[in-house]
Design a protein around this ligand. Structure first.
Ligand SMILES: *[C@@H]1O[C@H](CO)[C@@H](O)[C@H](O)[C@H]1NC(C)=O
Length: 182
């Protein structure tokens, strides 16, 4: 399989994005939920739970991660969501499809990103079962129903309103990165 351009993350892009994050992420932020949507730039492992070839489950992915093992991140180590979580003192946001994302951990937010997708549904058509944007938003609605069952609808609404949201889609020449602060 040739490597799709979507997966090529250049050092320049990463450096640029990190500089942006460093500038706009407030320090010493109180714990808040963090939601991530997008493609391989920010997928923290959802595709490992899907029947698709678009997955980062073998070396050299993860060689510089603390465990030195592939995590599903399309990165040698941490990715943007990790860096944002760390700089805000938040727990790492788990992939929504991870069975470990349950109970109180849901209150930290969730990562819905899926490698290979694009803004349009037909981007990455060869990868079959990936979470396209509309599906990521459907799962976000499902997430809110699950959280409502734990803390009630009012507090869930509050949690979502106060959350940090990252939407990142693109490849090395065109990168759409949206960070929403409440
Ligand atoms: C993508 O597909 C879904 C489900 O078929 C549809 O609801 C949505 O409108 C489509 N989005 C685009 C941008 O075509």
């Amino acid at each position: 399989m040739s490597i799709p351009r979507t997966f090529l993350i250049t050092t320049l892009t990463v450096a640029l994005a990190m500089a942006m994050v460093a500038t706009i992420v407030p320090q010493a932020e109180a714990a808040r939920a963090f939601f991530v949507f997008g493609d391989s730039l920010v997928d923290s492992g959802n595709n490992n739970y899907l029947a698709t070839t678009a997955r980062a489950d073998s070396p050299p992915y993860g060689i510089d991660y603390p465990t030195h093992r592939p995590t599903g991140r399309f990165s040698n180590g941490f990715n943007f969501p990790d860096i944002i979580s760390q700089s805000m003192g938040l727990e790492p946001t788990l992939p929504y499809l991870s069975p470990e994302l349950n109970g109180q951990r849901l209150l930290n937010g969730a990562n819905f990103a899926s490698a290979g997708i694009g803004i349009l549904n037909d981007t990455g058509i060869q990868f079959a079962n990936i979470l396209r944007m509309f599906r990521q938003f459907q799962l976000f609605e499902e997430y809110q129903r699950r959280v409502s069952a734990i803390i009630g609808t009012d507090r869930t609404q509050q949690l979502v309103n106060d959350a940090l949201v990252l939407i990142t889609l693109g490849e090395y020449r065109k990168l759409l990165m949206v960070i929403i602060f409440s």
